[in-house]
Ligand binder design. Structure first.
Ligand code: BES
Ligand code: ZN
Ligand code: ZN
Length: 500
């Protein structure tokens, strides 16, 4: 599907579907919607009344034009209450319109630029949000499904039309930006959705290598194999990886544009499958655990578009890739591992494996002395208990950085909420025989996990930890553009953060 924005009038466009909108409680249509209504001799407003269309979000009205205008059908989508209107509404209604267009078998869709008229939002951001909504709604992971017998036609083109030349100019940039954030997100979704039998640590490392390869030198890469990981002293990655027949890898991607003054390191949790290890998970909890590399996938999603986003900062992408398996060679409860920074970790539960590998990744990243260090990890069920399935838990050692991440998340339309790194809870991860133990008490598991990670970050480096255990994988549809499976959580926030 091609997404473009052009100057013109909706009522003059040839299309299988024209998408227009209206706020809640409006009886007299205005703007582009009003023009379409006028061209239809008032049919739209008449049907709104007859069908009791109220403009609520998710309300739609489908109208056949009967050849009065070149577009054969009009889809009126509700924007909800004006006071609740935001770019997220634009993303949602655009995605919902795409889903309807697909169901109808519409090949050529022409849409209003939702939000830039009566919505009063910036045309650039509206075009970006519409592009994201449509692209992400288009996404599906069906490569292992038998080809459907009856193929419904694909939506071939999505044209945003505005009569305002300035909106079209700004909108064109917005479409470009939306394409990039959606592409990075989809890259991450694909990696997460791939079954763990295919997406082994080696495959995750290969995905990174491929990004470097196609970048033609703009992204460099270092890949460390099991032997080197051990030799370098990365006992966390080596330990967690030792139970699997698929050996671990450690990956370091480097994007260093000319003239870059600041450096950002982005670390991801890359457990390609989390069985729990010898502290084996119950069957129900294991079903979605191919998603446990979603942090690394977000790093790779970012790097897949980074040279085109082209921020003027150096970016390091870092992850350890391991499969957490029980076996005769697996780490045992009670084992002690030594991380890259020399600190020892008592493994009391082999299912708290993410923090063991992140200990090495964060130590490694600290050595690069970045101006900001961000990690993303599907780290704790406790974070899901605290914030639910849709909200990322944010913890950090620097208010400015945490604020910047929360701001970027808001701009990206990703839901995040800060949790405190309460110092007094450090007692809960004190070990009798090592520097730290990998489990806390009964309560506050997201925070004790965050405190554990903090042990491996140099105190003077601004650091923020994103626990994406909830949002990384959708066990049921979340909204019109996030269906079952990997969501690509974090990618858009990272892009927004680096742009600023
Ligand atoms: N990968 C899991 C956390 C997780 C749970 C991610 C649900 C996504 C969805 C992590 O490795 C884990 O098992 N954490 C344990 C820690 C506990 C043993 C201290 C947990 O949260 O139960
Ligand atoms: Zn685990
Ligand atoms: Zn895990």
């Amino acid at each position: 599907m091609n997404i473009t924005i052009v100057k013109g009038r909706l009522e003059e466009q040839k299309a299988d579907l024209l998408v227009v909108n209206e706020f809640s409680g409006v009886e007299k249509t205005g703007g582009a919607t009003g023009s379409v209504n006028k061209a239809l001799g008032g049919l739209l407003e008449k049907l709104m009344k007859e069908e009791q269309f109220n403009g609520g979000q998710r309300e739609t009205l489908l109208v056949r034009t009967g050849g009065v205008i070149p577009g054969s059908r009009v889809l009126l989508v509700g924007l909800g209450e004006r006071k609740d209107f935001s770019l997220e509404t634009v993303r949602e209604v655009s995605a919902a319109a795409y889903n309807t267009a697909k169901k109808l078998g519409a090949r050529r869709v022409v849409s209003i630029l939702h939000g830039a008229g009566a919505g009063k939002l910036s045309a650039l951001l509206c075009a970006k949000a519409q592009t994201e909504g449509v692209r992400l709604a288009e996404y599906e992971f069906v490569k292992r499904k038998k080809a459907p017998e009856k193929k419904t036609p694909k939506v071939e083109s999505w044209t945003i039309v505005s009569s305002d030349a300035a909106h079209v100019r700004a909108g064109a940039r917005g479409v470009g930006e939306g394409e990039l954030s959606a592409e990075g997100t989809i890259f991450a979704r694909d990696l997460v959705n791939e079954p763990a039998g295919q997406m082994t640590p080696r495959h995750l490392a290969l995905a990174a290598q491929n990004i470097a390869k196609v970048s033609k030198g703009a992204v460099r890469i270092k890949v460390f194999e099991a032997g080197q990981i051990e030799k370098m002293g990365m006992g966390g990655v080596a330990g967690v990886g030792q139970g699997s027949v698929h050996p671990p890898y450690f990956v370091h991607l480097i994007y260093k544009p000319r003239g870059a003054k600041k450096t950002v390191a982005v670390v991801g949790k890359g457990i390609t499958f989390d069985s729990g290890g010898l502290s084996l998970k119950p069957a129900d909890y294991m079903m979605t655990m191919k998603c446990d590399m979603a942090g690394a996938a977000a790093v790779l999603g970012l790097f897949s578009v980074l040279t085109r986003v082209a921020p003027k900062v150096t970016v390091h992408g870092i992850f350890g890739a391991c499969e957490n398996m029980p076996s005769g060679n697996a780490i045992r409860p009670g084992d002690v591992l030594k991380a890259l920074n020399g600190k020892t970790m008592e493994v009391l539960n082999t299912d708290a494996e993410g923090r063991l590998t992140l200990a090495d990744s964060l130590s490694y990243a600290s050595k690069l002395k970045p101006d900001a260090l961000v990690d993303l990890a599907t780290l704790t069920g406790a974070c899901m208990a605290a914030l639910g399935e849709e909200i990322t838990g944010v913890m950090g050692n620097d208010h400015k950085l945490t604020g910047a991440i929360l701001q970027a998340a808001a701009a990206a339309g990703e839901k995040m909420w800060e949790l405190p790194l309460e110092k007094r809870y450090k007692d809960l991860i004190k070990s009798e025989i090592a520097d730290v133990k990998n489990i806390g008490g009964k309560y506050g598991g997201a925070i004790t996990a965050g405190l554990f990670l903090q042990e491996f970050v140099d105190a003077e480096i601004p650091w923020v930890h994103l626990d994406i255990a909830g949002p990384a994988f959708a066990e049921r549809p979340v909204n019109a553009y996030t269906r079952y499976g990997g969501t690509g959580a974090g990618v858009t926030t990272l892009i927004e953060f680096l742009k600023k």
